[in-house]
Write a protein that binds this ligand. Sequence first.
Ligand code: ZN
Ligand code: ZN
Ligand code: ZN
Length: 384
Amino acid sequence: MTPFAPHVYAGRRRRAADAAARAGLDGLLVTPGADLAYFLGHTSDTAAERLTLLVVPAAGTTPEGGNDGVADALVVVPRLEAHDLERHAASPVEALAWSDGEDEHAVAGRLLRPHGRYAISDSAWALHVLGLQRALPGTSYQAVTRALPMLRAVKSSEEVARMAAAGAGADAVFGEILTRRFAGRRESDVAADLAALLREHGHEQVDFTLVCAGANGADPHHDAGSTVIEDGDMVVLDFGGLADGYGSDTTRTVHVGEPTAQEREVHDVVRAAQQAGRDAVRPGATCQDVDRAARRVIDDAGYGEHFIHRTGHGIGLTTHEPPYMVEGESLPIEPGMCFSVEPGIYLPGQFGVRIEDIVVAFPEDTPNGSRPLNDSPRDLLVVA
Ligand code: ZN
Ligand code: ZN
Ligand code: ZN
């Protein structure tokens, strides 16, 4: 991923510090993965068991017992990785290195308030959360996407530009796969084509290439197997990954040969539901409004019991992340939020239909609605 300018990362840390203060928290604790990439420009090793922890104190606070009370971000890092982090971070911060044999959680604890309330990365290892609690029994922790949900959910225009490029790549992939043969090939053959095409179209990471033919389409998370695609099959294609650090995720359902009237009808219902979900992005709307709008169309058509998942998920530095477009999620939709709208109907033993686009909420050119970042045709296309 091409790093952004260093000031972008410093700006994100400042925004997090302000948001933490407004939420009544003492700070934000960030562990390796997409969160660390967001704030430092380096993912670090997510599989390493040693503690790496970026501490972003809330604005207006000073780290308790920290080095002379400067409320800037500090990263606690294993001594053997300190150099690597310094060298690879797009925007390095001061490091506090600990050595094997030291209590890493006690070292990190020196930067925390003994009775502090902290937001911490959703993916922080339980080992480390429990270790911090043991080192400082008065502290408490909340998942960052619950405590500060808008931090990564709201994208800057620079981020939206990368999301749009990833989406355009996914559209190009769909355009090319339509010209290839389906009948007589295995799902896994078409999946391999999709993966190669995603790489050709700017993706450095392929996260999923679902190809679900015929009755397999009735299972929303069927991957791609040895099933041979036949004439008459509906085929659900759901593929995506990361292009220059940002995610694409799109689904189209195609048909091998001429579809039946029932197949057309179900596809029409899903298409109308997907449009309704996108249209529900209006000023004042919440995440669950998107789900309700899409679900209402499917309910009204009599297929409600066959729409068996939420309508969407956030996307950004990962292909699936909060917030979720689901009943009960009352977070407001804010300008710059990017998420999927992907209703489906799944008829066991027969076939499934899903249509998915990534949208950005209230961009400059569409201030009262959403703009799709995928825009390939949504009608039921016939393949060979
Ligand atoms: Zn058919
Ligand atoms: Zn998808
Ligand atoms: Zn999705």
